[in-house]
Design a binder for this molecule. Structure first.
Ligand code: MN
Length: 305
């Protein structure tokens, strides 16, 4: 949970004094201090905005907010929008994650998370890392093997069969994504001891929904910054995006080889044509192993011409 309040000079000084023994060594850009109190991370920015992150963020935020409310009526929850605008995620060490395959009828879903240290930022810029959606597949296949020599990452693949088993009325695509992101982030955060300033996820659902999807999951990575088009704003997300795409392409090739058909990507008309051919050759059961059955393509493919 992230909560943001604005404080006046008086409260600012009180807070600086209150948290002086709980300061973190590193201070994020534009911040006066960052402290950790219990489960809550408190970041005070020069603008007078204070961000509280963690399970009980609202309790801490409300305490300070109430204290200042007589003189300062500006207290609002703004879904950490301000932080997203003020932080240059490309200039600090981050863990980022992104997924691929969710718009493709054929092939698995892949989620990857990558870590970019300050030291590796110039390396990635030299490598020409940017939004993988703008990079052609042949460029991805060339760049990623070089990238992963230096960039640590974790990835998880959800096969079509597993996807089709999991996908039901109450397990939707976004919940599947949230569980997969959380899985790779757990490995990045708890199995490794990376030094990072932020965890950034390419946003596919609101922060509230994301954590709601994970309510039955044992260990949930918190303190995430959700950014739209994050692959353009944060190098670790750009890496995660390209690595997941790379893995997806490899898996896609394996599938194509297995059924001796060049499977098309996406979910357009071409898909239906190929799908029809495939069930003629292998029977309807083939789709379960190579496609996401809940897509509308399935109905069209199974339709008699
Ligand atoms: Mn994405």
């Amino acid at each position: 949970m992230t909560k943001v309040i604005k404080v006046n000079e008086e409260i600012k000084e009180k807070m600086i004094d209150f948290y002086k023994d709980k300061l973190r060594e590193k201070i994020p850009p534009y911040a006066i201090f960052q402290a950790k109190d219990g489960d809550t991370v408190i970041t005070m920015y020069t603008s007078g905005k204070v961000m509280f992150q963690g399970n009980n963020a609202d309790i801490d935020a409300n305490m300070w907010g109430a204290m200042g409310s007589e003189i300062n009526s500006i207290q609002k929850e703004i879904d950490s929008e301000f932080a997203k605008d003020e932080i240059d995620f490309n200039s600090v060490p981050t863990i980022g994650s992104d997924e691929v395959g969710t718009g493709d009828y054929f092939g698995p879903i892949v989620v990857a998370s990558a870590y970019v240290s300050s030291k590796n930022i110039p390396f990635l810029i030299n490598l020409g890392v940017r939004d993988s959606k703008n990079l052609r597949d042949d460029a991805i296949l060339k760049i990623v093997p070089k990238m992963i020599k230096k960039i640590p990452y974790e990835a998880t693949i959800l096969s079509n069969k597993e996807y089709n088993n999991r996908h039901s009325v109450d397990v939707n695509m976004n919940k599947i994504k949230a569980v997969m992101h959380n899985k790779v982030l757990n490995k990045m955060v708890y199995d490794n001891k990376f030094e990072y300033d932020y965890i950034v996820v390419d946003q596919f659902a609101s922060e509230k929904l994301y954590f709601k999807y994970l309510k039955d999951v044992n260990v949930v990575v918190k303190d995430i910054v959700f950014l739209t088009k994050a692959e353009n704003k944060c190098l670790s997300v750009a890496c995660a995006s390209m690595i997941s795409r790379y893995i997806f392409l490899k898996e896609f090739d394996k599938l194509s080889d297995k059924i001796k058909t060049n499977l098309p990507k996406g979910a357009g008309e071409m898909i239906d044509k190929i799908g029809k051919k495939l069930i003629e050759e292998y029977g309807e059961e083939i789709l379960e192993n190579i496609a996401k059955l809940n897509f509308k393509n399935t109905i069209r493919i199974k339709e008699e011409d």
